[in-house]
Design a protein around this ligand. Structure first.
Ligand SMILES: [Zn+2]
Ligand SMILES: [Zn+2]
Length: 116
């Protein structure tokens, strides 16, 4: 089986928006076409939440828990930027053996260049 690196790190989780399975691209529900350049924001957020502890002072949400404000209200529409950042950094660190390019933090551009 050809083990291809996932195009987006968040493809390691299911998309709760379009129901794309693990390892599959998100689909645009109105056209039925795969989204090749991005995934739904929800999916990226799910991945960040599932894999990363928030580093924001006063939040420090554990993996699997949503971020909360300093009044204890869950953030339902986003995570703290620090957590987003931490997730991308961790992912890039895990894949330094696979790729030479440095993953720009905040974007998910992973092309299949083999630079080894
Ligand atoms: Zn999706
Ligand atoms: Zn947080």
């Amino acid at each position: 089986m050809n083990r291809r690196r996932l195009r987006f790190p968040q493809m390691a989780v299911r998309c709760s928006w379009c129901k794309a399975l693990v390892g599959e691209l998100c689909v645009n529900p109105s056209t039925g076409r795969a989204k090749r350049d991005e995934t739904h924001d929800t999916r990226l957020r799910t991945w960040v939440i599932d894999t990363t502890t928030c580093t924001e002072t006063g939040c420090e949400a554990a993996p699997g828990s949503p971020c909360t404000t300093n009044t204890g209200t869950a953030l339902t529409t986003h995570v703290h930027p620090a957590r987003d950042d931490a997730a991308h950094r961790a992912y890039a660190a895990q894949h330094t053996h696979d790729q030479q390019l440095s993953l720009p933090v905040g974007t998910s551009r992973l092309d299949d260049h083999h630079t080894r």
